[in-house]
Design a protein. Structure first.
Length: 218
């Protein structure tokens, strides 16, 4: 029991520290590297998330609502942040030329509308029911599709004129969502810590990817 309590305290301290780093980096980016409304919303989202999580992990007895909001924010914020950064990058170099002339904004709205609609319906049902489990699988698949769409858009931006930071951000998105969670199986680290570290690196890569485009278009 004492060991578990010590481990929980250590985990909460590390999460509080990691979210402090995220708050500093995203706040700095919000002030200096928000080039349009997409960047403002993206960096603002991560800053708000980090501040809320700092309050959650430093509070001696956080409420259920606070826990739930923090968990859901951690689940969706990384993908939404990258999508918004892609929007900022398009404001610099112009709209991405997608196969078949598909409109980027329409695809984004459709994807995220599907995710949040499935989530809302699932919350109204018994999650242990057959329908609830099916909706949970569909929601996870839709969320993964949003991540894959972000990777594809970043790849399209990267191949325009060898924008390496954009390609690096695409690879980071892939690692964060599909690979790095496996570290929790081998090391004494939680999924929350892995995800938060990934968000910190996402801010750094997003800043450099946007600045690379700015410098190339001058």
């Amino acid at each position: 029991m004492a060991f578990n309590a010590s481990g929980n305290i250590s985990s909460k301290l590390s999460l509080g520290l990691l979210n402090f780093v995220l708050a500093v980096s995203s706040g700095w980016a919000l002030k200096h590297y928000s080039l349009d409304r997409h960047g403002l919303a993206g960096y603002g989202l991560l800053f708000a998330h980090s501040v809320f999580c700092i309050l959650r992990y430093t509070h001696p007895n956080p409420g259920q609502v606070q826990r739930h909001i923090c968990e859901q924010s951690l689940r969706y914020s990384p993908a939404i942040f990258v999508t918004l950064i892609i929007g900022q990058m398009q404001s610099i170099i112009g709209d991405i030329k997608l196969i078949g002339g598909i409109n980027w904004r329409c695809v984004v709205l459709g994807l995220y509308a599907g995710v949040f609609l499935l989530t809302a319906i699932r919350r109204c049902l018994n999650e242990k029911s057959t329908l609830g489990q099916v909706l949970a699988k569909l929601e996870r698949a839709s969320h993964t599709l949003c991540v894959v769409w972000n990777m594809y858009c970043l790849w399209r931006i990267a191949i325009v004129d060898e924008y390496w930071w954009s390609l690096g951000l695409a690879l980071l998105v892939m690692l964060n969502h599909f690979v790095l969670w496996r570290l929790t199986l081998r090391f004494n680290i939680t999924t929350l810590e892995v995800d938060t570290v990934g968000m910190c690196f996402s801010v750094i890569f997003a800043i450099n990817a946007s600045q690379e485009l700015v410098e190339e278009t001058r």
